[in-house]
Design a protein around this ligand. Structure first.
Ligand code: NAD
Length: 385
């Protein structure tokens, strides 16, 4: 066999691709209006910029526990003081005809309460991951939205990311042959003892619900399959006060009906690393980094070639926002509806059960692909550079 031809990005002009989501840019008054609930780090650093990049969504109101801080932010965002609501006055959004949806960006255990409150006032719900802290909560959220006829979407930005869409197309188009194994890692250091992420009543769990979820959800997304069995270990460093309520690390294996096996690791106790590899009969691909907001890299390694696929980055949060807005405008089920988040919750409960009981745990064996997903995201155009 000839040795693989390694192609560096600056040599791949003919294969370089630019990626662009083709969604119409609407005039501001025709865009879907949102109230953002919870003005923490994600909202300030990622979502405000994403609204300014979006073509179908606009920010109309802020819901906060700190009115003063929110008023300062509102002014910078071009909103008025009356666009700021505190949590107790959330229901007043009912009278805001310009607000059709809420984006819930609160600690995990509050997702259910605000989803139910939003559904009761007839607002569509985009909810941050994890959808909730239990299967029971996730089921209640799906039911509440169904009962009042509003849409519920789990904010899985990775499923709208161009690099991940390209990886899925390569897998499903047969470039790697039949896929046999996957590995995914999402680890980081959680240094702050006071963080809500380390409190069980607010976070619902540790590294699994926060970062391990990316390994689980991306494996399901790329393969399109549902796991039928899980086996897991958890570990927390004895005496480390950060992990007195939630777990530090989880290693979990997923088995799928096709025979695909995926090995995953997540942790709050190691330095940052986020990568994914898919191994098939005819080749493999890797995303490294795989789960960051920017600078993702997709490498494809077949018997004849090792190549980086160059993809123009598009803001992941703007893509997910505009996908949801498109679904609201057209009355369609989002690609990552509440049911998609609920399914991850079922698998995560099985992972914890397996670690507790020291044995594999079976899940309902489900055939078919993309069982919990709705309308595909806007077509991604790949143009040769
Ligand atoms: P954060 O701590 O920075 O912000 C949380 C916000 O909730 C703050 O404004 C805080 O004041 C408010 N809050 C309301 N009630 C609270 C309470 N009882 N305790 C603590 N805070 C309370 O957190 P964040 O990083 O913005 O995360 C918020 C949500 O977004 C989480 O569900 C998280 O998993 C999710 N998230 C998703 C991504 C992603 O890439 N999709 C990234 C980061 C966070």
């Amino acid at each position: 066999m000839t040795s693989p031809d390694v192609t560096r990005p600056d040599q791949t002009d003919s294969d370089a691709v630019q990626t662009q989501a083709r969604q119409p840019v609407l005039p501001p008054d025709q865009r879907v209006g949102y109230a953002v609930v919870g003005l923490g780090e994600l909202t300030e650093e990622q979502l405000y910029p994403a609204f300014s990049l979006s073509g179908q969504s606009r920010l109309c109101a802020l819901v906060t526990g700190n009115r003063e801080k929110a008023r300062e932010q509102a002014e910078l965002l071009g909103l008025k003081p009356q666009d700021v609501y505190d949590y107790d006055h959330f229901e007043e959004l009912k009278d805001r005809a310009d607000v059709q949806a809420v984006f819930i960006v609160l600690p995990n255990s509050l997702h259910r309460e605000y989803t139910e409150r939003a559904a009761r006032i007839g607002k569509h719900v985009l909810c941050e991951k994890p959808l909730s802290v239990s299967v029971a909560d996730a089921e209640a959220m799906v039911a509440a939205c169904e009962a009042t006829g509003v849409l519920l979407m789990t904010a899985y930005r990775i499923q709208y990311a161009p690099h991940h869409q390209a990886a899925r197309e390569l897998i499903q188009g047969g470039t790697l042959g039949r896929i046999k194994l996957m590995t995914a890692v999402d680890v980081q250091t959680e240094p702050n003892e006071g963080q809500w992420r380390l409190k069980r009543d607010l976070a619902g769990g540790g590294s699994l619900l926060d970062v391990g979820l990316y390994c689980l959800n991306t494996t399901r997304y790329l393969s399109g399959e549902e796991p039928c069995e899980v086996f897991a270990y958890t570990h927390s460093t004895p005496g480390d006060p950060r992990f007195s309520e939630v777990e530090e690390s989880v290693s979990f294996t997923l088995r799928f009906p096709s025979g695909l096996i995926s090995s995953n690791s997540c942790s709050y106790g190691t330095s940052k690393h986020r990568s994914l590899r898919v191994l098939g009969e005819k080749g493999n691909l890797s995303l490294d980094p795989a789960f960051d907001y920017t600078n993702l890299r997709l490498m494809v390694d077949t018997e004849t070639e090792v190549r980086e696929t160059l993809i123009k980055e598009t803001d992941q949060f703007a893509l997910e926002l505009d996908h949801f807005s498109g679904c609201i405008l057209n009355g369609e089920t989002p690609f990552t509806p509440g049911e998609e988040g609920l399914q991850d919750q079922r698998v995560m409960e099985a992972i914890y059960q397996s670690a507790r009981e020291g044995r594999p745990v079976q899940l309902e064996r489900l055939g078919g692909r993309d069982l919990f997903r709705g309308r595909k995201p806007a077509r991604i155009e790949r143009e040769r550079a």
